[in-house]
Design a protein around this ligand. Structure first.
Ligand code: EPZ
Length: 410
């Protein structure tokens, strides 16, 4: 197991450039296969999930090359293969290949995708949508097999619940048809994927529903991915805990609600165009439920929990998306975190910590544990720290430049 030791409590200072959004990049890379041509994608974060997806692309005869900040994907020689390879198990977004394969080949056989364990993560919304299109879905806990025939008529689908993945997968599967999709997710990563498809030449109108008009894509496309709002919130909270950090390449609109809520609660944050300056502050903890966009995102909820543990006051925190996503703050109880739990919520209180070791269980929990270890004037060993590389490009390099003292133990 990988281990890193953080010597916490240092004052941090410096500039961080926010990378492209992981959760927009992965579906956009998958969407780039739909034209069986060339896509040049800018702002691609060099993270493990991107490389895992590229390994799957190689297996499918899709070639790629990085040119500076751009990833050029050539899918002209894409072939169908069953997706029974280990890479599928390494991250959640491999499931976007189901929608793409249904659109291109009318079938897909794939291992049940892996990814962060955040409690139950069923795929029933996806499967119901595929069935409504005319497909047969057979699935067990290891394998998904979909085949059948796409309906030859206008397709109407109402998604069973609000889901980023189900929205994007349904759009992909229906992309060569005339279709209307209701109850779709409005997260910025979904909108970015729809915008990419539009740039690729597909006719899509988003209103109260998503309307897809059967069309033929262009042979090539150039597109730049939106900045990662969760990466931005991670460094903002790091600054509020530990020093002053200037963030570049931020889309302020995508984090407007969380930022304004922080400012209302005493956070020293100054915004200008796509730059944000953030200073160490005594933030007043506030109660909230992580929720759909534009509210505080579930992926940032563990980060806010850590912020509150270092500040005077109590807050009740819930999560309407993943109801029990509290592994990071609860992992700190043995080091001194004063947390009470009640009915799928936690109550955070100002805490004083001792040195010790913790274990990261998923990507955002890992980011939260890094925030803790950097802020606490103690020494912390984080086990499994390499999970961070799944979603944060240049993370350790940024920490070093900001003044964090750490040592990789193994
Ligand atoms: C995406 O996951 C993100 N992952 C997650 O980020 C993020 O936490 C989540 O959206 C919510 O914003 C990627 O984009 C790769 P959902 P996704 O379908 O699409 C339930 C990270 O750390 N649901 O929007 O899998 C589900 O259990 C990751 O970057 C069903 O019940 O999430 C959850 O409670 C972690 N059935 C809720 O809906 C389904 O078929 C929302 O999940 C689908 C979802």
């Amino acid at each position: 197991m990988s281990k890193i030791k953080i010597y916490g409590g240092k004052y941090l200072s410096g500039t961080v450039k926010i990378h492209g959004s992981k959760n927009a990049c992965l579906p956009i890379m998958c969407a780039s296969l739909l034209n069986k041509g060339k896509a040049t994608i800018g702002n691609v974060p060099k993270i493990a999930d991107v490389y895992n997806l590229l390994n799957i692309f190689s297996y499918l005869n899709v070639s790629y090359i990085f040119v500076d900040d751009f990833l050029v994907i050539d899918s002209s020689k894409l072939i169908y293969k069953d997706l029974l390879i280990d890479e599928v198990l390494k991250f959640r977004a491999s499931y976007y290949l189901i929608g793409v394969f249904l659109a291109l080949f009318g079938k897909c056989k794939i291992y049940y995708p892996g990814g962060c364990k955040l409690g139950e993560r069923p795929l029933d919304y996806h499967f119901e949508a595929f069935k409504a299109m005319g497909y047969n879905v057979n699935c067990n806990e290891n394998l998904i097999e979909i085949d059948g025939k796409l309906k030859n008529e206008h397709i109407n689908i109402t998604l069973k619940g609000n889901s980023v993945g189900a929205t994007i997968n349904t759009v992909f599967a229906a992309i060569f048809s005339n279709a209307t999709i209701y109850n779709y997710s409005l997260e910025p990563e979904v909108i970015d994927t729809l915008d990419f498809l539009g740039k690729l030449g597909f006719k899509i109108i988003k209103n109260r529903s998503i309307e897809i008009f059967a069309s033929i894509p262009k042979r090539s496309v150039k597109y730049k991915i939106i900045p990662d709002r969760i990466e931005a919130l991670t460094y903002i909270i790091m600054a509020l805990l530990c020093g002053n950090i200037k963030l570049e390449n931020v889309n302020l609109l995508h984090i407007d609600y969380p930022i304004r809520t922080l400012i209302l609660n005493n956070a020293d944050i100054i915004m200008y165009k796509n730059v944000l300056c953030c200073n160490k502050s005594k933030v007043v903890p506030f109660s909230f439920d992580a929720d759909l966009y534009p509210k505080i995102p579930t992926d940032a909820q563990p980060l806010f929990s850590i912020l509150f543990l270092f500040n005077n006051g109590s807050a009740i925190i819930g999560d309407k998306v993943f109801k029990n996503r509290f592994s990071a703050p609860l992992e700190l109880v043995h080091l001194g975190a004063r947390i009470n739990t009640m009915d799928n919520k936690i109550i955070t209180n100002h805490s004083v910590f001792v040195s010790g070791s913790v274990k990261a269980s998923d990507l955002r929990a890992c980011a939260a544990l890094f925030l803790f270890a950097i802020a606490s004037p103690t020494n912390t060993i984080i086990n499994n720290y390499e999970i961070i590389e799944r979603g944060y490009a240049d993370f350790l390099r940024n920490l070093k430049n900001l003044g964090v003292k750490y040592e990789i133990i193994e």
